[in-house]
Design a protein around this ligand. Structure first.
Ligand SMILES: [Fe+2]
Length: 249
């Protein structure tokens, strides 16, 4: 069975639609979302409505920020969260839809386990907030502690930097492994990248197709200008949040 694993959509509807079209083309039967549906981008309600139908959808730190008081965000991200909350509360929409979206966000779990596979937003140690960056391979203590919590393989997002962490402190970007990696006997941590705000220098959306033990990284082009224009049109969203999409930073 093919499972599409997506993360960090950040209210970027154009990217989500393109990724969904690619998932369909790939023949994936189910979609797991690792959180951060909202934050930064211009279309929170539309993205939530689409992701409500996924098989598994976890809570991300930006989703939590919209639900409760945002803590630990920079000022641009915080302003985006307050604007997102306004959109979710807007009385112009169907009141049922407003309640449904809030309920959906409020019910999101922080992790999901399927056999020996773990799914989180941040890390197995701190599912909501901990970042695991490629340079953390130099932080052996951190990596050992996190790997101790993994049975076989963990899938995560949060950094917006896709790739594979191995238990022997190595990191492989998708380019270095020709976008494919097979889960073997060693434990792995897999960052599936970001649909709506990639930060590895490649502006295309990123996600993963998992089929049996084979991990396949997918890159998908989308109409970046459409999202940029929508962000420019909202005074509460910093122009920087639009400009960075073009460079994938
Ligand atoms: Fe994120």
């Amino acid at each position: 069975m093919k499972t599409a694993i997506i993360s960090d959509i950040h209210s970027n509807l154009a990217s989500l639609n393109s990724v969904y079209a690619d998932i369909k083309k790939q023949g994936a039967e189910r979609i797991f979302c690792l959180g951060d549906i909202v934050g930064y981008g211009p279309n929170p309600c539309e993205c939530i409505d689409i992701l409500m139908k996924t098989e598994v959808c976890l809570l991300g730190n930006h989703d939590q920020g919209a639900l409760f008081d945002p803590e630990g965000f920079n000022s641009g991200a915080e302003r985006a969260i307050f604007w997102t909350r306004d959109q979710l509360e807007k009385p112009t929409g169907n009141p049922d839809a407003i309640d449904r979206r809030w309920e959906f966000l409020g019910e999101r779990p922080r992790n999901y386990q399927e056999n020996d596979l773990l799914f989180v937003h941040g890390s197995p140690r701190n599912p909501l907030n901990e970042y695991v960056f490629p340079e953390d391979t130099y932080n052996r203590r951190k990596m050992e502690k996190i790997f101790a919590l993994i049975k076989r393989c963990s899938f995560q997002g949060h950094t917006h930097v896709p790739g594979i962490f191995t238990e022997d402190f190595r990191f492989f970007s998708p380019d270095e492994i020709d976008d494919r990696y097979t889960i073997g006997d060693e434990k792995l941590m897999v960052n599936v990248g970001s649909v709506g705000q990639p930060r590895d220098g490649d502006p295309r959306s990123c996600y993963v197709i998992l089929e049996d033990d084979v991990i396949n990284f997918r890159r998908v082009e989308y109409d970046i200008d459409e999202t940029i224009e929508r962000i420019y049109a909202v005074p509460e969203l910093d122009n920087f949040l639009a400009d960075r999409l073009r460079d994938g930073r």
